[in-house]
Design a protein around this ligand. Structure first.
Ligand SMILES: [Zn+2]
Length: 476
């Protein structure tokens, strides 16, 4: 439950004073919600529809849904001896008030009992949509018992409280009554926006509040795009600017408008059109399905790539391949480089080359690190400590001691950490202890199988830490 700021408190008060349930709503519920809340009752006389009150014959079984041949409503089949059945559904009314869209959420509950169906409904939540926020309000009649939610029809609505945004995704649902919106919008900036036409096809989509929010953000673009019959672009009206030439707004010249209208292009399709500037809807739709057409367009001609076998399933591999090619300084103007015959094979080849080069870099850098750190070497008559000299020593230590020190190679090479070996002077080549040092402190010291050093070994390491590390110039 959240704190309700003044602006929203005022809005709640205003809504409570003005919102009604008009006769148009009641008629709409009777026509579109109630008919679903009926049954087909099976008896030895046949099948009886409680909606149109007619008898018909069928072979449907109890528990199945069947379409009544008389009223065409698809209803649940139950035995005529059924005593009690309850139906629940949600519906919404859309309103506009003081610059906000409000989706008022209702539950309808219908009870079938002793051959009669009775209906009732209760408003229990409101989704308040502003340009920058969407609030979910719930009424005190909405109950939540340990995750089991219900609407209490016997309680009176008294107050609204604010719920966290995460609930709204499943709370606001059901078909929408649009009949009040036009009147609400009179005199507002949104009056000429064909909102119902543009947004209602997305009724069953949970994102409808996001679409309404976009209309609030840029009603001018929404109206313009809708009037051009670019309804698929209209639902992305927030991405358009309202000033400048056609080309500035759409990224293509006005010559493309008839083509755009004819195919009612989507925003992705517009982006592809901006790149390829070619009125070929088949090609555009294929390319618009890709996730990375923009990135790919930095390297290749998208149409040529498509002809060369670019698909949704290999686009990422292709993009990787192209970035490898660039890293390896291949000729990015050469068609054989840009459009390889076998994307997978070429990808694997270049990846191998890149890895080898990276490895080579690390190998060289580790040698330099050794030179930088070798002044920190230390020994007494029994032990010696020295920095890790080479990549192969690191790999060897990992394998012999069964520890993961080799995975530190990049960090060590790039000076992000410092790695040392401790050896017994009697057998300097035999792995004993590996030590990681950061900020002049020993972060870890590991023997075979990640074991801690012995007491004697530890004493030597501590001596080294105090006498050498503390006075040193170590940055990592
Ligand atoms: Zn019927």
């Amino acid at each position: 439950m959240g704190y309700i700021k003044k602006e929203l408190q005022d809005l709640i008060k205003c809504m409570d004073e003005t919102f009604l349930i008009e006769s148009g709503v009641r008629k709409w519920i009777r026509q579109s919600v109630y008919p679903k809340h009926n049954l087909i009752l099976k008896s030895k006389n046949g099948y009886y529809c409680t909606n149109c009150k007619k008898l018909f014959y069928s072979t449907a079984r109890v528990g199945e849904y069947v379409e009544c041949p008389k009223c065409k409503e698809t209803l649940l089949v139950r035995m005529k001896t059924l005593q009690y059945q309850i139906f629940k559904d949600d519906f919404r009314i859309i309103n506009y008030i003081n610059g906000y869209f409000v989706l008022r959420g209702f539950e309808v509950s219908s009870t079938y009992s002793s051959n009669k169906v009775t209906h009732r409904y209760q408003e229990y939540q409101r989704l308040v949509i502003s340009k920058d926020k969407i609030y979910l309000l719930v009424s005190n009649v909405f109950k939540n018992y340990l995750g089991y939610t219900m609407v209490n029809y016997n309680e009176k609505h008294i107050r609204w409280r604010l719920l966290d945004g995460q609930y709204r995704w499943y709370m606001s649902r059901g078909s929408i009554y649009w009949g009040e919106l036009k009147r609400d919008l009179e005199g507002s900036l949104y009056y000429y926006c064909p909102i119902e036409r543009g947004v209602s096809p997305y009724n069953n989509n949970q994102d409808i509040e996001t679409l309404l929010q976009r209309v609030l953000i840029n009603p001018i673009a929404f109206e313009l795009l809708s009037k051009l019959n670019l309804t698929n672009l209209a639902i992305h009206c927030d991405r358009f600017i309202n000033r400048g030439s056609f080309e500035k707004r759409f990224g293509v010249t006005k010559n493309y408008l008839p083509f755009m209208v004819k195919h009612n292009i989507t925003y992705d399709e517009l982006e592809v059109l901006q790149i390829i500037k070619h009125k070929n809807i088949k090609v555009i739709r294929k390319l618009a399905e890709l996730n990375s057409y923009k990135e790919l367009a930095q390297y290749v001609d998208l149409e040529k790539a498509l002809a060369n076998g670019l698909t949704k399933s290999n686009e990422h591999m292709y993009l990787d391949y192209l970035s490898f090619a660039k890293r390896l300084h291949l000729n990015m103007k050469d068609k054989r480089v840009l459009y390889p015959k076998d994307i997978l094979k070429s990808h694997d080849e270049l990846m191998h080359q890149v890895e080898t080069i990276e490895n080579q870099e690390i190998i060289e850098k580790i040698k330099i690190r050794y030179e930088e750190l070798k002044n920190l070497s230390y020994q007494d008559d029994k032990y010696i400590i020295y920095p890790v000299p080479t990549m192969s020593d690191l790999i060897n230590e990992s394998e012999v001691q069964n520890i993961c020190i080799r995975s530190y190679n990049e960090r060590y090479a790039n000076g992000k950490t410092n790695l040392f070996f401790m050896r017994n002077l009697k057998n300097v080549t035999k792995p004993l202890i590996a030590i990681e040092v950061r900020d002049k402190k020993i972060v870890q010291s590991r023997g075979k199988g990640n074991n801690e050093p012995t007491r004697l070994q530890k004493a030597f390491i501590t001596k080294w830490e105090n006498e050498v590390l503390k006075g040193s110039v170590l940055y990592a």
